[in-house]
Design a protein around this ligand. Sequence first.
Ligand code: MG
Length: 370
Amino acid sequence: MNQSQKRIAVLGSTGSIGTQTLDVVRRNADRFRVVALAAGHDSDAFQEQMAEFQPALSATGDAATPEGLAHIAGSPDVDTVVLAIPGLAALAPALAAIKEGKTLAFASKEILVVAGELVMSEVARTGAALLPVDSEHSALWQCLAGEPKEAISRLILTASGGPFYARDDAELESVTPEEALAHPTWRMGPKVTIDSATLMNKALEVIEARWLYDVGYDQIDVMIHRQSINHSMVEFTNGMLKAQLSMPDMRLPIQYALAYPERIERPSDWRELDYSIDHTFEALERGRFPCFWLAVDAARSGKTYPAVLNAADEIAVELFLSGAISFTSIPSLIMVALDAHTPVSRPTLDDLLAADMWARDHVRDSAKAR
Ligand code: MG
């Protein structure tokens, strides 16, 4: 084995981010070596990955519990953990990697949405590197490089607006899961695709940015940018803006996080920026996309509200995808859970997990009662 190779663990290896991570590794075998693979379900795809990369560590099916994943993430044989598993299951492996001071390239934004304060205080304590894979946060990271914190005026996250941006609210009642799963610019897993259609994903990204870059919610704005070419911007106090542009391709931010602080050669099938595309920007109206606004309000309320928000959304999306509820019931079920919740101030990990469990049950019960 080449001593200079980074030893990578990919948690969530069969998902969209996981397979694109393996594509980056495959093309840069001199730099990266896969030493661990984990996926929630055993599958032919997972077995093919195992045969190709022959990692020393793996977990799938019954072994892919938070404890099993945490064991891999904290292993002394791993340098960089790529965290790309959906839901709160990502928290235990994230904390295990951070505790050991590792590099954590994360796509699982739940770790900051639910436990931002806890995770960031652990990062500060251990000196671990928490690197975003999310395209918006990768853009912000690059724009902020070398800039003093006090010079930041605001972070501007761009949002594609999802497949329903042009529809009026009355038309959304009858939206089907198939329509909602057809995202205009990005190919992603089903949960994040529905979250992109409701704009919940953008609110979760606002929360992620708040913790990652330690700025207040008043300093974070969202602009609708349908073309997904400008991945986010930073406005500075001197009136200047920096932006990061590229054609949408998740392998670019994945590769940036894996290779950091180096910039390595782009993938050979990379697409050059199409300069003929018009760039448009629109503010997000307060009356539209209720998921976005109720999520930002829950984030501002803090305590255990973001944990309830995250869990309630997960279950509401699951119910929508199974055909049990309508698209417009997603925000109303989340709102009912947030209203009914008794929050806990300065929550511990156990408080957050309890709020998560409570919210799941609450949303399932209120959906049944309708
Ligand atoms: Mg994103």
